[in-house]
Each structure stands twice: as structure tokens, then as C-alpha cells.
Design a protein around this ligand. Structure first.
Ligand SMILES: [Zn+2]
Length: 191
């Protein structure tokens, strides 16, 4: 049975993954809310429940591997790959540049599903697509746990997400919380 948006929201709330405050997103935009996907995926049973829905959404596509950006996409990508019965690799940043390391290789013509935890501008996903394509992969689709883009991203391939979150983001120079003198924090890198 497909998960409803209410089912998914309940998991996010039960795991306290939805934070309120003043946050700097990976995209550089500021937001009052932050979705900390790792708080959901610390529970393997929630990871399995969510990833099973993603796997079902992509089961009739020809997929040879799942590829995700480190760190956020790794657990999701691994679980989706397990459920699809394919391998999983990840990209990571070295000196700011997204790259494929650890001996991971892609055979020419392999079909890849790109899996990310949260998309806002889609920047990291686009970098993963560029690396995968330059390594010979064909991108079958992109999938995310949470889409915060408001429908404003396109990857040129089918794109699915489990949950669409309406979020107001601001450029730092236009951020009302910054204007009010509040300090923004980067939740991903906080201890
Ligand atoms: Zn701000």
C-alpha cells in the first residue's frame, strides 16, 4: 500500500526531523524550517518503509545502480538499492568539487537512479548527474525523500519525491531573520 503524505509526515514528526529556527541550507538560502533527514534514517525501519515506496516508484525502470551524494543521500541510496537489488555508490566533495572516489567506477551505458535526501535548488543532484554521465552512465531518473523546490527544479529525466514540503526560503541579503539580527546556523554541520 502506498504511503500517504500524512503517513510520511507522521514519521518526520515522530523522529523530530522537522526543526524550527534560522537555518542556512546547503544551497546557501536561509529558512525558518529545516528538515534533518538523518534523524529519520537513524531508524532502519523508517528507512526501509520510506525507501520501499521509492523502490516501488522506480521498479519498472531499467536501473543498474543507485548513485547518491554524500553524506545526506548515502543511507537512502543504499536502502533503495538494496530493495531494487542493485548496487549503490556515492559521490563526495573533495576541495569543494564533487567527485567519485573510493575506487567506485561506472561501466559505459549503465543506467543510474540518482537518490538524494532533500532537494532545494537541485544543485548537488545536478553535480552527481554530471559526474555519472561523464563516467559513461545514463541517468534513468532522480528521486528524493523531500522536495523543497516548490516544483522549480528539473533534471531532464523523470523525477520523483516522497514528500513535497512547502518552504519559504530567502537569499541571505533578503532574509527577514538576518535583518532582525538573528544568527543563522548550518544544521548539517552542527554537533
Ligand atoms: Zn537569514
Amino acid at each position: 500500500m502506498a504511503l500517504s503524505q500524512e503517513d510520511i509526515l507522521k514519521i518526520f514528526k515522530d523522529t523530530e526531523a522537522l526543526l524550527e529556527g534560522h537555518f542556512i541550507l546547503t544551497s546557501g538560502l536561509h529558512s525558518r524550517t529545516y528538515f534533518q533527514c538523518a534523524k529519520v534514517f537513524q531508524y532502519p525501519w523508517h528507512a526501509e518503509t520510506l525507501s520501499r515506496q521509492t523502490a516501488a516508484n522506480h521498479t519498472n525502470q531499467d536501473i543498474d545502480l543507485v548513485i547518491s551524494p554524500a553524506v545526506g543521500g548515502i543511507v537512502f541510496g543504499q536502502e533503495v538499492a538494496r530493495l531494487l537489488g542493485v548496487r549503490h555508490i556515492f559521490t563526495e566533495r573533495k576541495d569543494g568539487q564533487m567527485s567519485l572516489r573510493r575506487g567506485f567506477t561506472i561501466q559505459k551505458g549503465e543506467r543510474a537512479l540518482v537518490a538524494e535526501d532533500v532537494t532545494t535548488t537541485g544543485g548537488s543532484v545536478k553535480e552527481v548527474i554530471a559526474i555519472a554521465e561523464s563516467s559513461g552512465a545514463e541517468i534513468s531518473a532522480v528521486t528524493a525523500v523531500v522536495d523543497r523546490s516548490g516544483g522549480n527544479v528539473s533534471f531532464g529525466v523523470p523525477y520523483t519525491s516522497l514528500f513535497q514540503m512547502e518552504v519559504v526560503n530567502h537569499k541571505p541579503e533578503n532574509c527577514p531573520l538576518c535583518t532582525a539580527g538573528h544568527q543563522a546556523v548550518k544544521p548539517g554541520s552542527r554537533s
